[in-house]
Design a protein around this ligand. Structure first.
Ligand code: SF4
Ligand code: SF4
Length: 135
């Protein structure tokens, strides 16, 4: 089972080794896509989790007990190839590099596994070619 999540940490637990615990206690494979953790300030972490579904459920309970707010990310985008002009403007808005340009033929690439559904590219596209399918 593979899911994408965003965790929001209250400042009281920003020094707790949450990621380490998820890996060691629940045998999960974690791929961090984006992180912003500041000691004694709020933080957040976006990652892919891959592992046994029972272990993931146990890990979610653990996160709740620790006071970590966990949201499943299900939002992904679609790009209308009929209206996209491959200008590349949207790539500058994607901080997790889910959008990039193929430099050989100058076409837009979208890597869905990296997308966190933030919608920045939707607003950035001048031709309105990007839609978030969940919004
Ligand atoms: S900004 Fe819009 S038109 Fe330009 S490459 Fe991205 S999706 Fe295509
Ligand atoms: S919604 Fe757009 S900007 Fe946000 S992560 Fe996905 S591709 Fe990147």
């Amino acid at each position: 089972m593979r899911i994408k999540m965003i965790l929001k940490f209250p400042k009281a637990i920003t020094n707790t080794p949450i990621t380490y615990d998820l890996i060691k206690k629940y045998d999960l494979r974690i791929n961090i896509l984006k992180a912003d953790i500041n000691y004694k300030l709020e933080g957040y972490l976006v990652f892919d989790i891959d592992g046994n579904s029972k272990k993931i459920a146990e890990a979610l309970s653990y996160l709740e007990d620790e006071g970590v707010h966990a949201d499943l990310i299900t939002n992904t985008i679609t790009i209308d190839q009929k209206t996209c002009v491959n200008c590349g403007i949207c790539t500058g808005s994607c901080t997790v590099r889910a959008l990039n340009m193929d430099r050989e033929n100058w076409t837009l690439n979208y890597i869905e596994e990296r997308c966190v559904g933030c919608n920045r590219c939707v607003d950035a596209c001048p031709t309105r070619s990007i839609q978030n399918t969940a919004w």
